[in-house]
Design a binder for this molecule. Structure first.
Ligand code: THU
Length: 125
């Protein structure tokens, strides 16, 4: 799975977004070390706070399948970086070198988790 293909899967996942409140569709495609890809979309809720972001859906699908080793995640939706809560979830399972590909109109931007969340919370620090 190359980066371009992963970005395409993220953009495809965004089409399944359930976002009737914000109308902001986000999709994510998480590449695992075993080569599997888990996708996610944001799922909103009328009570607002139960809303989950696309990135967390992808991570939780993978972890609930017993997969915990990750390479990178592609995120499609407005070109925005993942929110702080999603970065914190990523930091639980991924090392600082874990890559985050932000899908843009004309391609993608590459970042590392360490760059976007230099000081994650950890009980061990
Ligand atoms: N959202 C994501 O799916 N990922 C993020 O990292 C930030 C925001 C979603 C949540 C909500 O459904 C919509 O985008 C607007 O905030």
């Amino acid at each position: 799975m190359n980066d371009k293909e992963l970005c395409k899967l993220a953009a495809h996942a965004a089409k399944r977004s359930y976002s009737p409140y914000s109308h902001f569709a986000v999709g994510a495609a998480l590449l695992c070390k075993n080569g599997d890809v888990y996708t996610g979309c944001n799922i909103e809720n009328g009570a607002f706070t139960p809303t989950v972001c696309a990135e967390r859906v992808a991570f939780f699908k993978a972890v609930s399948d017993g997969v915990r080793d990750f390479e990178k995640i592609a995120v499609a939706g407005g070109g925005c970086p993942p929110c702080g809560v999603c970065l914190q979830v990523m930091s639980e399972f991924a090392v600082g070198g874990f890559e985050i590909l932000l899908v843009k109109d004309d391609g993608f931007e590459r970042h590392t988790l360490g760059e976007l969340l230099p000081l994650s919370f950890s009980l061990e620090k």
